[in-house]
Design a protein around this ligand. Structure first.
Ligand code: UDP
Length: 238
């Protein structure tokens, strides 16, 4: 696999072409941003932990029959993925109230939802990712009704799988963000699943092992991500 030209560079990852038009390489960089890019830093090793955690969780999903864009790691912080057309929706399954849902509605931080709450945001930085409902998503032409049904079903299944896996390891999963892409016509889980895009709390404590540590200056982010990696991918420390 030969790494080709840079196709896209986001806040924390860069996507490269390869010699195979159907495959891309995603590099997890050491950059970290919060608050719509208002707060920025670079921490050596952060990309490595996020890439390794994402790879582990994509493999977990594949083992449970969920299609993802992940193929394999090609270096410590780069993964080979299936090239897909990204769907511009961020799907956020929520199990415990935290973050924007606490700011917008009268839920208390840490309130456990009786059943998962799925929130969808329009992936549009210029518009600050406004919340979507099904009708708006369809009217914008982001997805069809059928695709939306499929996306909801996969999101809830992914939530169950991650909640179980992390729960077995002493972690609560208040919420996380999923992105989807299409390979040919098939919908796959894409992007990343890392402490940048999840809330992870030590079970029953609300102690963050995720980007909230950076968002709210609660401690050293790299130490936190290393802690999360020790729990999720202990094999990389052997
Ligand atoms: N999230 C993300 N990218 C975004 C927005 C949110 O990965 O652009 C993740 C975030 O890390 C959290 C979850 O989605 O785990 C819910 O985020 P929320 O809506 O509470 O927004 P925040 O509090 O991060 O502003």
């Amino acid at each position: 696999m030969i790494k080709g030209e840079q196709l896209y560079s986001g806040k924390a990852k860069t996507v490269y072409a390869t010699n195979d038009p159907k495959r891309y390489i995603v590099k997890f960089r050491d950059d970290v941003t919060a608050g719509d890019g208002a707060k920025k830093a670079n921490m050596k090793g952060k990309g490595y932990y996020n890439a390794q955690i994402s790879a582990r969780l994509f493999k977990l999903l594949a083992d449970n029959g969920i299609s993802t864009h992940y193929i394999k790691m090609v270096s410590e912080d780069e993964m080979l993925v299936h090239a897909c057309d990204m769907i511009k929706i961020e799907v956020i399954p929520r199990n415990i109230a935290a973050g924007s849902i606490v700011r917008k509605y009268e839920f208390k931080q840490g309130h456990p939802f009786a059943q998962p709450v799925l929130v969808m945001d329009y992936k549009n930085d210029a518009a600050h990712d406004p919340m979507l409902n099904d009708d708006i998503a369809i009217a914008l032409g982001l997805v069809t009704e059928k695709e939306l049904r499929k996306i909801r079903k996969i999101s809830l299944r992914v939530n169950d799988i991650l909640k179980q896996f992390l729960g077995d390891r002493g972690l609560d999963l208040p919420d996380f963000k999923l992105e989807f892409g299409k390979v040919d016509k098939k919908i796959v889980v894409a992007d990343e699943i890392s402490p940048d895009t999840m809330r992870l709390w030590r079970k029953g404590t609300m102690e963050s092992l995720d980007k909230d540590v950076f968002r709210f200056d609660k401690g050293d982010l790299l130490t936190t991500y290393k802690e999360a990696a020790k729990i999720i991918v202990p094999e990389i420390f052997k």
